[in-house]
Design a protein around this ligand. Structure first.
Ligand code: DC
Length: 231
């Protein structure tokens, strides 16, 4: 053991950019752990709704975030012992999560919980501030983008497949509103880390995007070995 912390691949980007699907596939390909950090903000929003806390009450939300009883297992998540996998994906929780996430105290309360996912052999972390705030020393940082129209089309397809009917116009409006809130907030706004590689998936398949992230990770490893005699 060298004592070096396990490697991290940070995958950040806006809502419905495909980053979650890409990050989970990269984690599977490498046998790494996977952190869906957005799920934590969604869980705080769900817990707040269930306990009657106001989404603008920063101190109350931070207390809920710090005490959150969450178990992630095999792609499912339980809150207070009950399965919450579907509940955290509802449109109302999506909207509330982005309001909960503006509060610095909530973000601070979730930092160590996110860092605890960094275990051998490595971690793929997906979110908005993985490369900028939570894992600034990540070996590979990717910022996934896609046009708002393409993201709305993808989300539309997913919802139709689930039998949920919703208009493209409404989806596009929601995506733009969420983008503006996530990018405009003062605490850890959605922005690429200076050392992140931009990956525009508008015209890429998931497999192509996954292959690019794997190639970036592998080439970063080759560079580290060549540049650093200790590595
Ligand atoms: O990735 P997602 O759509 O599940 O995220 C839900 C909300 O949480 C989203 O509005 C932005 C916020 N979020 C955040 O602020 N920071 C993260 N690292 C992940 C998500």
């Amino acid at each position: 053991m060298t004592g070096a912390p396990p490697q991290v691949i940070a995958v950040d980007g806006p809502a419905a950019s495909g980053k979650g699907t890409i990050a989970a596939a990269v984690a599977r390909a490498l046998g790494f752990h996977y952190l869906d950090s957005g799920a934590l903000y969604r869980l705080v929003a769900l817990k707040a709704a269930r306990s009657g806390a106001d989404v603008d009450d920063e101190a109350a939300l931070a207390r809920l975030a710090a005490a959150l009883a969450v178990v992630f297992h095999d792609g499912t998540v339980a809150l207070d012992g009950d399965d919450a996998t579907a509940a955290i994906r509802s449109e109302s929780v999506s909207a509330a999560a982005s309001r909960v996430a503006v509060h610095p105290a909530v973000r601070r309360a979730l930092i160590e919980r996110q860092r605890a996912f960094r275990r051998p052999p490595g971690l793929v972390a997906d979110g908005r501030d993985m490369g900028t705030v939570v894992f600034p020393d990540a070996r590979t940082k990717v910022f996934v983008t896609a046009s708002a129209e393409q993201r709305a089309r993808r989300r539309h397809k997913q919802l139709i497949a689930k039998g949920i009917s919703i208009t493209m116009d409404g989806l596009l409006r929601d995506i733009r509103e969420r983008d503006a809130r996530d990018a405009g907030r003062a605490a850890a706004p959605l922005e690429p880390a200076p050392d992140a590689v931009l990956l525009d998936t508008t015209d890429l398949t998931i497999d192509e995007a996954v292959a690019r992230v794997l190639a970036l990770y592998r080439s970063a490893g080759a560079m580290t070995r060549a540049d650093d005699p200790k590595a």
